[in-house]
Design a protein. Structure first.
Length: 153
């Protein structure tokens, strides 16, 4: 019989043959955590502090809106409500960034949160952090890119 692949996986090797199964190739394990993960945690911690300050300022502005005239009352309620909503969104998204678990879904979550931070506050630090966050060492650390193995083989 003429077969293009005489030693296929669906049948055993011939008797007396010297064919042996090769172990699967392993990716090198990167034990060093990328530095951008520390900066992500610093960014999240500072963002939580700013959001808490914004929440208190929004509550203060909206709470004292009744003690001013009608035009300022509407402004205080609008600005206070915006600050409250803004800070609640940030306080809902940022605490998970402090934990930074080494899971594939976390890389996508952090990328989304950084993009939301850029849209919400035009934060220059989020832009710089996002540039370093999407680079290959971070993706390899979180095992995000399925084709990253090709670079090592």
């Amino acid at each position: 019989m003429n077969q293009p692949y005489p030693y296929s996986n669906d049948r055993p090797p011939p008797a007396g043959g010297n064919w042996q199964a090769q172990p699967p190739r392993q990716l090198p394990v990167n034990l060093t955590q990328p530095g951008v993960i520390l900066w992500l945690r610093v960014f999240a911690g500072l963002g939580i502090l700013v959001a808490l300050g914004s929440l208190l300022l929004g509550i203060y502005g909206a709470g004292f809106a009744e003690y001013v005239d009608a035009a300022e009352k509407r402004e205080n309620l609008l600005i206070g409500g915006f600050l409250i909503i803004f800070s609640l969104v940030i306080l809902g998204l940022y605490p998970a960034l402090l934990a930074a678990p080494r899971k594939p879904w976390f890389h996508t979550y952090a990328t989304t949160v950084l993009a939301v931070s850029i849209v919400l506050s035009c934060n220059i630090f989020a832009i710089v952090l996002l540039i370093f966050w999407v680079q290959q060492p971070v993706r390899n650390w979180y095992n995000q890119d399925a084709h990253a193995a090709d670079a090592f083989l």
